[in-house]
Design a protein around this ligand. Sequence first.
Ligand code: SAM
Length: 205
Amino acid sequence: MAYKTFVVEHLDPELGPWSGLEYKTIAQESKFADCDFILSSVPHTLIKSGELGEVSSNARSDPVEVYFADKKDRICLLDPAAEQELEPEDTKLFDVFLFGGILGDDPPRDRTSELRKKGFMGRRLGPIQMTTDTAVRVTRIVILEGKRLDDVPYVDFPELKLDEHESTEMPFRYVVDKQGKPIMPEGMLDLIKADADKGFDEGDF
Ligand code: SAM
């Protein structure tokens, strides 16, 4: 099997705290899996700022089609609007798996279209929106472990307890751990709590 690369194309001018945690998690998990992780299209200013921390070594300023100019037909865009679901057999067709470095939003604004219009082949990971780190996790499970999408253990729209009185429903699908808890980046629950205090009025996660 050819070596697989997971590319997240950063689509925002800045780095929000949620994306920062997601990218760090993807970088750490990729080290344990037998694959590469590249964060592409990162503005030079952001690379130089040091804000990316340990993810700096994964960051490239070129967009994916420049970075992988010789492999465009081996790139698979993970696209919530694709007609075909990702399956283990896709490992034969693709070497690079591409994701939008976008925060989830409710309702989804289809910013993945910015990558779709570049003409990559697309695959869906089921009908429900996932966070970027979840989408990468599920793709690794299907492509590197050979599991079918339907056999991955999920929870949809989990209710997170913020304190004794308050909870919030996350509008995403997550992979669950052995205890049935949604897998999310370390520190994410604290960010969610802090944002809940401010109010989720932007509709962005
Ligand atoms: N609301 C979003 C949009 O504007 O397209 C979805 C963004 S999602 C948080 C970030 C990335 O994860 C997407 O660009 C896509 O690559 C991947 N992703 C998330 N859910 C997916 C799904 N159900 N099928 C395929 N890809 C998915």
